[in-house]
Design a protein around this ligand. Structure first.
Ligand code: SAM
Length: 212
């Protein structure tokens, strides 16, 4: 597979198998090799998207708005290779861990905020963010992406993980995904989509570009 990994992300060997890795303090008990820490795609939708060869367009050093940061499993890897990384999470408990994760990462800015209310963090987050990474796993995932589109630079990208069952547990995941996708098209052009099944059941990964 020809790979376009962001600068600061490498494939390295851990315990005899090749894994994606970034350089930073370990966060979730992941294997390390010197400064490098393995990025577990089973615990990270963005990690899965990279493992599956999706063209995220990430080059490294981008400004990132991360929605649904939880305790920082994925956003810690992002902050290892990206530029300023704003991490929005509305549950207080994981934000406590996220704050700890940010202690060794001076480009990671945790925000205890609701991603459905971007006006509450508009005074903190830059208005020309290069990438939105979203993994909120709640109903209304397309709406969250659309509401936060205001922060994206004109050529900005959305890297979205859609959890179909969060929208409707009773419907076929692919049908739910079709609805999410068509709502997204109100403000984004979808460039690539892939089932993340190998790593995350009933999840879809989407790479999209802001429509001007
Ligand atoms: N992205 C995380 C990772 O890979 O490390 C895991 C995220 S988890 C699947 C989804 C998170 O989104 C939860 O921590 C949840 O509290 C958060 N979330 C859901 N809706 C949200 C909202 N409206 N605003 C902010 N966070 C939200």
């Amino acid at each position: 597979m020809s790979e376009k990994l962001p600068a600061g992300v490498q494939r390295r060997e851990f315990d005899g198998s090749e894994r994606l890795a970034t350089r930073g303090e370990p966060v979730y008990g992941e294997p390390t090799d010197g400064e490098w820490r393995a990025w577990n795609p089973n615990r990270s939708k963005l990690g899965a998207m990279l493992e599956l060869g999706m063209e995220t367009g990430l080059a490294g050093s981008e400004t990132v708005l991360y929605l649904g940061a939880a305790s920082g499993t994925t956003v810690s890897h992002v902050a290892d290779f990206a530029g300023p990384t704003y991490a929005v999470e509305f549950a207080a408990r994981p934000v406590r861990d996220l704050l700890e994760t940010a202690e060794s990462r001076d480009r990671l800015f945790p925000l205890l905020k609701d991603a459905r209310k971007p006006e509450t963090y508009a005074h903190v987050v830059e208005s020309d963010v290069d990438v939105i990474v979203q993994d909120v796993a709640t109903r209304g995932q397309a709406r969250v992406a659309l509401e936060n589109r205001r922060f994206l630079a004109d050529d900005g990208r959305l890297l979205l993980a859609v959890k179909a069952r969060s929208e409707d547990v009773t419907r076929e995941p692919s049908a739910v995904f079709e609805d999410v996708r068509s709502e997204l098209e109100e403000g984004y052009e979808v460039l690539e989509e892939k089932e993340l099944e190998t790593y995350h059941e009933d999840h879809f990964g989407v790479v999209a570009e802001k429509v001007k």
